[in-house]
Design a protein around this ligand. Structure first.
Ligand SMILES: [Zn+2]
Length: 369
């Protein structure tokens, strides 16, 4: 009998339909499957923004995480958004804490552990595969490097065993997109990676049959072949600016901080209208939005984004002016072309029509616990 108040959510970082097309995931065809459907991710289609919306059920305008990295023009300095203090809304973890419910957070990347959870939460067990505690190593042995295809299945398998032992009310398992950045869906390494996560998810479902389980992604992934340098495009007209990659994080090995959308901060705001006009005519740029347009279109928070938000065509990435060459075989995200993602609901009786975005999962769980 499924306990309708107990939930497991798995976020497969960078997973989209192209990966499903090349590797038929067994867990999707398990008998207990309730539904599979495409849903939308948040924009910008980057990790931190979407993980927060999944566990809070609200748009970035409310939770405040509108990028992986935040730049303050006044202070002329940036911060990696890797700390729970930057989160402005309640999350399922906060609510569990208040209601004395138990929870588990298992992440591949350590930055997600520190962003999604606050150390003061009671009845919570959280860990990352990137930086495992001695308790974890003692129990499960050495964790694989997060720059291997084994890291994600280790995160799922260890969480599965802990869920089985501790029977928490809510568990969130969030992976890393290193394999999606590095390997095309049809490549041998990618197929091996998908097989490993598929096996560990099947094991988790079979070992923990009493839970409602949702499996989704934070964003997809595309081949990127063209680099546009925003700062250089504007400096030709003597307009000076700072282009801050939305995707920027400490895992540069994944994406070289090159993503399909970027925030631009102008040194002189009187150049706003002209900058927008110039950039709209640059090859590879799909749209240029000022702050209020971006906030309205994508439900962003005006205090946490640039003066302009620039959106690329599918094969385009933006970076800082210090990057002049695009790496070979770059795969990345952050544009509108990486927002179509799968959602699989298992053991749930909720009408699939309810789920239209990845954040719908958070809405549903918050209403149910
Ligand atoms: Zn991601």
């Amino acid at each position: 009998m499924v306990n309708m108040n107990k939930f497991i959510v798995i976020c497969i970082d960078g997973w989209d339909y192209e990966y499903i097309n090349y590797h038929k995931m067994e867990f999707i065809s398990l008998k207990k499957r309730s539904f599979t459907k495409p849903v939308k991710s948040m924009m910008p289609s980057v990790t931190n923004v979407n993980n927060l919306s999944i566990i809070s059920g609200v748009y970035p305008s409310k939770h405040g995480i509108c990028s992986n990295y935040h730049y303050s023009k006044n202070l002329n300095q940036g911060t990696y958004l890797e700390d729970n203090k930057y989160v402005m809304s309640e999350t399922i973890f906060n609510i569990c804490n208040k209601k004395n419910l138990t929870s588990i957070l298992a992440t591949s990347k350590n930055k997600l552990k520190t962003l999604l959870i606050n150390n003061n939460f009671n009845n919570n067990l959280s860990y990352s595969t990137e930086n495992p505690s001695t308790f974890l190593i003692k129990k499960f042995g050495e964790a694989p490097s997060i720059y291997t295809i084994k890291a994600n299945s280790w995160t799922i398998s260890t969480a599965s065993m802990l869920i089985y032992e501790k029977s928490p009310d809510f568990s969130y398992i969030s992976l890393t997109d290193y394999p999606m950045h590095k390997f095309k869906p049809e490549s041998t390494h990618s197929l091996e990676h998908l097989k490993l996560i598929d096996e560990s998810i099947c094991e988790l479902i079979n070992k923990n049959p009493d839970y409602q389980i949702f499996i989704t992604a934070d964003h997809g992934m595309s081949d990127k072949t063209k680099l546009v340098n925003i700062e250089n495009e504007l400096s030709k007209y003597n307009i000076h600016s700072a282009a801050i990659p939305i995707i920027k994080d400490k895992h540069e090995i994944h994406h070289s901080n090159l993503g399909g959308s970027i925030y631009l901060y102008l040194n002189d705001l009187s150049n706003l209208f002209e900058s927008k006009k110039i950039l709209k005519s640059v090859d590879g740029i799909e749209d240029v939005l000022n702050k209020s347009e971006a906030c309205q279109k994508f439900n962003l928070n005006s205090n946490r984004i640039g003066d302009l938000m620039i959106l690329g065509q599918k094969d385009v990435v933006f970076g800082n002016s210090d990057i002049s060459l695009i790496p070979n075989d770059l795969r990345s995200h952050a544009s509108t072309y990486e927002t179509k993602i799968p959602l699989i609901g298992i053991n749930t009786t909720k009408n699939p029509d309810y789920f239209i975005e990845n954040k719908s999962i958070g809405n549903y769980i918050i209403d149910s616990i």
